[in-house]
Design a protein around this ligand. Structure first.
Ligand code: 13P
Ligand code: SF4
Length: 305
């Protein structure tokens, strides 16, 4: 079967089997074309919370599929490729958080969604890059421990000077590869372009950019802008998607190193194998974890509105 035939088969089978295909924006173009919804981590969570389908396939990384399962515990949820983890989600454990809570008993703990489900059972709130500022602003607590990404934490802190936000070591290894030098080089090479970056980038990068936002935030900004050229500082699949969606504009990578090998692992064949049942990675979570993590994720979906 060629790509088109495979895509047609996937579309036919997903209807027949009442399957919803969710894809993170970092997935490849051929996968986005068969997905029912493409978006950032917050958008995916909202879709997961309201879906009527009995089966959900997540094309992304493991914590995203687990979030779907937590929001829709009675559904069958599959991760399209079982080997796709997020290295940032492994940087802190539930025990690390419990230790921090002992050290800082008066602080509220806010976890980036890129964490394990077990860790989410002991935090006060979960946020994504597109909802973090909005949600933290609404939280009554002033003192906040933000884990695990210090870059996203500092970016949020800059926008909310009324809060006392403490960050720790960690972060996304993909976005850490972008440096201030890349921004300076891009300004010289593309003087007419706007530089759009993800807040997982270092502060030295976000501070020099024209816009910082989630993956769908970056895509929306570029599509709506009157400018014709953009340098993109996030996973490089976004450069390809934007070029595809806006053929009259020009898009460049801020760094050729900004590639997430985990996100790139999922293929169209994985999606086909999952929906046909040939090879499936169903998400099964312990009841205690499901219930515990649900409280914080439900709060996020509600507070993010
Ligand atoms: P968002 O799409 O929510 O901005 O997330 C980016 C990311 O790195 C996901 O792992
Ligand atoms: Fe994790 Fe970074 Fe890859 Fe996103 S881009 S999945 S945060 S490693």
């Amino acid at each position: 079967m060629n790509t088109r035939e495979l895509q047609e088969e996937i579309k036919r089978i997903k209807k027949e089997k009442d399957m919803l295909i969710l894809a993170h924006a970092y997935q490849s173009q051929d996968i986005l074309e068969v997905a029912d919804y493409m978006g950032d981590s917050y958008g995916l969570s909202v879709q997961a919370a309201k879906t009527k389908h009995q089966n959900v396939v997540m094309c992304g990384v493991r914590f995203m599929a687990e979030t779907v399962k937590i929001l829709s515990p009675n559904k069958h949820v599959y991760l399209a490729n079982r080997y796709t983890g997020c290295p940032m989600a492994q940087q802190m454990t539930k025990e690390d958080v419990l230790m921090l809570k002992e050290k800082y008993p008066d602080y509220a703990v806010v976890a980036y969604i890129n964490t394990t489900s077990e860790l989410k059972t002991v935090v006060d709130m979960v946020v994504t890059s597109s909802s973090a500022v909005r949600i933290l602003k609404k939280m009554p607590q002033k003192d906040i421990l933000f884990i695990p990404d210090p870059n996203l934490g500092s970016w949020v802190a800059n926008q909310l000077p009324e809060k006392n936000i403490k960050t720790f070591q960690g972060g996304c290894p993909t976005h850490w590869r972008i440096s201030k030098k890349d921004v300076e080089k891009a300004r010289k090479e593309h003087p007419e372009a706007e530089i759009l970056v993800h807040p997982e980038c270092k502060p030295e990068v976000t501070e020099l950019a024209d816009y910082a936002g989630s993956t769908t935030g970056i895509m929306k900004y570029a599509k709506e802008s009157d400018k014709k050229e953009f340098v993109i500082g996030t996973e490089n699949s976004i450069v390809q998607h934007l070029q595809f969606d806006c053929p009259d504009k020009k898009f460049y990578c801020l760094s050729v190193e900004c590639v997430c090998h985990n996100m790139r692992q999922t293929t169209l064949v994985d999606v086909y194998n999952t929906i046909t049942g040939k090879e499936q990675e169903e998400i099964i979570l312990d009841d205690e974890i499901l219930q515990g993590a649900k409280t914080a994720i439900d709060r996020m979906v509600k507070a993010g509105k």
